[in-house]
Ligand binder design. Structure first.
Ligand code: NAD
Ligand code: MG
Length: 340
């Protein structure tokens, strides 16, 4: 069983008097920064010159500066820029300015696990990884709740790295939901596996297939969207609340019977699991990471950008956009609005 930590295990006083430099003000960055500030801590933001986030962070009451300046001042340096640019920014602006005895922190282990970043001796290296999108990290905190987090220590120079990490996670609200101890190795591999096989790759392709089958059979695309895409959240909310049992309690017995007779026809377990094992192997042996690093370095993201464009033009996205715009709560489509 994994070691779990909650509110009682976290001592927020350990962050008193420390400057927390948040590098990047995107999905995770704005959420960590705002939650830590609301928890009473001293937060500064490091951004690129000309970053469009500077105004946003200033408007939220933060002092912003260059990445190098923020790192020079930071006792804790939390790296919340895109994984694929972290190594360059680290070499140029972070490593040369990191204070001895400071803590270098991440929300995902990719660059440490695949050795794109090799931290120097004499600093703590920890992970505070929310198991949820940044905007939920913020909205749950505002609602007095938290998002479950993973904690890991890669390097413990001060002897206090775990305690500092737990205090940091409590500051962003994670201790209200639960903190699981892991390693950079396991967090990275399970995170990549989850998003590829189940959460993003798996779910999106499943919804797309369902939508296409119904539309190709002559049913209205709006109907296909409601059925195969919109309802996904309603079903997941039930599972999130009370497990699959709660979903089965809420759906009709007809739906539950259909689940038992057709689930495995769609996803033959042994075949699907063998495919998942192949994806897992590519993650474990570094070949997925190598491809993603190469995609960013050499092809100007040709594959990534073309897939993103293709998806934008897919009928399910166009139909969905139109339907959501007409839902009375669907007007606010700005995902960067922290109150979403
Ligand atoms: P994001 O794309 O939302 O934001 C990245 C931020 O970095 C932006 O403010 C951008 O302007 C800034 N940035 C980009 N390049 C920069 C550069 N060269 N110099 C300085 N700033 C730069 O990223 P995110 O999704 O918040 O991800 C940040 C980290 O959090 C990643 O390690 C990611 O794996 C991890 N994470 C993300 C989520 C999530 O839900 N998005 C969940 C868990 C962990
Ligand atoms: Mg993830």
């Amino acid at each position: 069983m994994a070691k779990m930590y909650y509110e009682k295990d976290c001592n927020l006083d350990l962050l008193k008097g420390k400057k927390i430099a948040i590098i990047g003000y995107g999905s995770q960055g704005h959420a960590h920064a705002l939650n830590l500030k609301d928890s009473g801590f001293d937060v500064i933001i490091g951004l690129r010159e000309n970053s469009k986030r500077i105004k946003e962070a200033n408007d939220a009451g933060f002092k912003t500066m260059s990445v190098s300046e923020a790192v020079k001042n930071g006792d804790i340096v939390m790296v919340l820029i895109n994984d694929e640019v972290q190594a360059d920014v680290y070499n140029k602006d972070i490593l040369p300015n990191l204070k001895k005895g400071a803590a270098l922190a991440f929300a995902h282990g990719f660059n440490i696990r695949y050795k794109q970043i090799i931290p120097p001796e004499g600093v703590d290296v920890f992970m505070a990884a929310p198991k949820g999108p940044g905007h939920t990290v913020r909205s749950n905190f505002v609602a007095g709740k938290g998002v479950p987090c993973l904690v890991a220590v890669e390097q413990d120079a001060t002897g206090n790295a775990l305690k500092i990490a737990l205090a940091y996670i409590a500051g962003i609200g994670g201790s209200k939901a639960g903190i699981m101890e892991t390693t950079f190795h396991d967090e990275t591999e399970t995170d990549l596996f989850g998003e590829q096989c189940v959460l993003c790759g798996g779910v999106v392709d499943l919804m797309q297939c369902g939508f296409e089958v119904l539309v190709e059979a002559g049913y209205e695309p709006e109907n296909a969207y409601f059925e195969c895409i919109h309802e996904m959240k309603l079903i997941i909310d039930l599972i999130n609340k009370g497990g699959i049992e709660a979903m089965n309690y809420s759906i009709s017995d007809t739906a539950e019977y259909g689940e038992y007779v057709s689930g495995e026809r769609i996803l033959p377990h042994e075949e699907v699991k063998n495919r998942m094992r192949k994806v897992l192997k590519d993650i474990q042996d570094g070949s997925f990471a190598g491809k993603w690093i190469a995609e960013n370095k050499s092809n100007g993201r040709a594959f990534f950008n073309s897939r993103r464009e293709m998806l934008k033009k897919h009928q399910m996205e166009i139909v969905g956009k139109n339907l959501r715009e007409n839902m009375i709560w669907g007007k606010d489509t700005n995902l960067d609005n922290a109150s979403n």
